[in-house]
Design a protein around this ligand. Structure first.
Ligand code: PMP
Length: 356
């Protein structure tokens, strides 16, 4: 009997491996450091706003996310026509590829980077062109510009780069944008933007204002702590934003997510204080690791990267025994989110005991 056959590229879509919850251990508090989540619980005001929205769950949400767009437009000083809300910024990757790529078109990005990129590119029947990151986990922007061909429709710059950690500088991004043809869409995935503390940091909004081919992807999942509600947004020149909106899932962003995102923007000062505390913890972790002889790439997000190669699984197992679950990438390395101080202490204990 004949069976329905998915399109031929569907079999080639890599599997997304989400961060696991910790294994419960008797007498030991366990911590999940495997998904770059915010360890702080939601603010009471944000919970209240979300609860008020729960009360009308029999209704569809505002498909135009009007109030959220107004709040973002006021906050970012951009026109509403340049904003696109989505069910997490990961959805924007899919939307952008659906809007800009024909089968076989090329999408250039650094590798290793966010694991959803190859999944989304393959799902769009487009072709991934992966440019290796440098030994210290940085984008090789010169090599990425050189990888652009006439089939290239999209380039993705992930800064800070998940999972390796470093950010690109504004000067390097400017040089890159000058080298890439203006008909290529350049995504600047700023999922971890709020955690960046460095000189010459990328100013995404100034870059989008100067370049009509630049799209910023941002999210409420990390600094704003709304990972479970699925809301992110893009900022791009109106024609690109319009194309992203055209392929949106209707009613994708729930009114609970919209309400919580608006309340989070209103509570931004309190949320950014928490981000600051996480960056202080990150600096402590990085300094202690360096003192213990570890050479980790400069962490600019809420995570650190241990390039452990073949010993990755062994390290993940050691972490698991210490009550922390990390994200191993087989044969390459482990990514560990910055969590509560006690969770970070556990990581440091494992790292200090590890024979380098
Ligand atoms: N971009 C990057 C670089 C990420 O690491 C993530 C989350 N892991 C996302 C986008 C997606 O975030 P979300 O869909 O939760 O907004």
């Amino acid at each position: 009997m004949a069976h329905p056959q998915p399109r031929s590229h569907i079999d080639r879509i890599p599997t997304y491996v989400p961060g696991k919850p910790p294994t419960p251990r008797a007498g030991l508090t366990t911590y999940k450091l495997s998904s770059n989540e915010n360890p702080y619980p939601p603010l009471p005001g944000v919970v209240e706003a979300a609860e008020a929205a729960v009360a009308v769950m029999n209704r569809y949400p505002d498909m135009g996310s009007t109030a959220l767009y107004d709040a973002l437009a006021a906050r970012l000083q951009v026109p509403v026509s340049d904003l696109v809300a989505a069910t997490g910024s990961v959805a924007l990757v899919y939307q952008l590829l659906a809007a800009f790529c024909d089968p076989g078109d090329e999408v250039v990005y650094a590798w290793r980077s966010f694991e959803a990129y190859p999944i989304a590119v393959t799902a769009a029947a487009a072709t991934s062109v992966q440019v290796p990151v440098t030994a210290d986990g940085r984008h090789d922007l010169a090599a990425m510009a050189a990888a652009v061909t006439e089939r290239t429709k999209v380039v993705i710059v992930c800064t800070p780069n998940n999972p390796t950690g470093p950010s690109v500088t504004q000067s390097d991004l400017d040089a890159f944008l000058a080298a890439v043809p203006s008909h290529v869409v350049v995504v600047v995935d700023e999922a971890y933007l709020e955690f960046v503390r460095m000189d010459d940091a990328v100013d995404g909004l100034a870059t989008y204002r100067a370049h009509p081919n630049v799209v910023l992807f941002r999210t409420f999942s990390k600094a704003y702590g709304l990972a479970g509600l699925r809301v992110g947004y893009a900022v791009a020149a109106t024609p690109i934003a319009g194309a992203l909106r055209a392929v949106s899932l209707p009613f994708g962003v729930s009114h609970i997510a919209q309400a919580a995102a608006i309340a989070s923007l209103a509570a931004e000062d309190a949320l950014l204080e928490r981000v600051e505390a996480l960056t202080v913890e990150r600096a402590r972790v990085a300094a202690d690791l360096a003192a213990a002889g570890w050479d980790v790439p400069e962490p600019q997000g809420n995570f650190v990267w241990f390039a452990l190669g073949e010993r990755t699984a062994e390290f993940a197992t050691a972490c698991d025994a210490a009550g922390i679950v990390v994200r191993p990438f087989a044969g390459e390395g482990a990514r560990i989110s910055i969590g509560e101080p006690e969770a970070n202490d556990r990581l440091l204990e494992v790292a200090r005991a590890w024979h380098l």
